[in-house]
Design a protein around this ligand. Structure first.
Ligand code: CMP
Length: 226
């Protein structure tokens, strides 16, 4: 039951009464994915959105020649899959699990009924969309104006806001991403991203631990990300 609270307390439902939230959760089906499993592919038709209870979901697209670009790594309480509901059409990105994950899915008709009953939901959806657009615009500007180390620093800080855990030395971010996935998120080659990480480690700003990284000097990373 404890985990269900993550979905119940998702920002999307924050204007609903507790009883309404429980009713909507009861109408949502639980979906479990193992690491690496695909939930949906870019281009598929979609009629439901998802709220993450546990785990990490990557959203990305592939180019015709097989290269991949990651737009976001989402975690508990976050929502995705709403675009093809509001603008009927194919899924704009693929979604798959970076770690074992649990989600709840909400069908279009149930969402429309919930918005009719509770107009506050619509404003939370708009807030989520606006926030996403801001982040995407910023990422686009960074691709043009920032160098790879700057983008790596920013990606680490961004991941830390979702998956960071305070430890004595700083913040441990168990991102679960492979080096390739981290490179796809930053929009650079694996070699360049590795070089940036090795440089940060050499300066004592981070320590790498497999699929996690400990941020030791947040101030420096923030300055480097600017
Ligand atoms: P949909 O197009 O149904 O399926 C893919 C989902 O990825 C999409 O809905 C959004 O929820 C999400 N998405 C699309 N673009 C972005 C983005 N730039 N940043 C974060 N999430 C996104």
């Amino acid at each position: 039951m404890e985990n269900e609270n993550v979905v119940l307390s998702a920002p999307l439902f924050s204007t609903m009464e507790d009883s309404e939230r429980r009713a909507i959760l009861a109408s949502m089906a639980k979906v479990e994915l193992n690491r690496g499993e695909v939930l949906f592919d870019e281009g598929e038709n979609g009629d439901r959105l998802y709220i993450i209870e546990e785990g990490k979901i990557k959203l990305g697209s592939s180019s015709g020649d097989g290269r991949e670009n990651l737009l976001a790594i989402l975690g508990p309480g976050e929502m995705f899959g709403e675009l093809s509901l509001f603008d009927p059409g194919p899924r704009s990105l693929s979604a798959s699990a970076v770690s074992d994950s649990i989600m709840y899915e909400l069908e279009h008709s149930a969402l429309v009924a919930a918005i009719d009953e509770n107009p506050g939901l619509a404003s939370h959806l708009l807030t989520a969309l606006a926030r996403r657009l801001r982040r995407t615009n910023e990422a686009l500007a960074d691709l043009v104006f920032s160098d790879v180390p700057g983008r790596v620093a920013k990606a680490l800080l961004d991941l830390s806001t979702r998956f960071g855990e305070r430890v004595d030395e700083g913040v441990r971010v168990a991102h679960d991403l492979t080096q390739e996935e981290l490179a796809q998120l930053v929009g650079a080659s694996r070699e360049t991203v590795n070089k940036a990480l090795a440089d940060f480690a050499g300066r004592g700003w981070v320590r790498r631990e497999g699929r996690a990284v400990v941020l030791l000097d947040i101030d420096r990373l923030e300055r480097r990300a600017r």
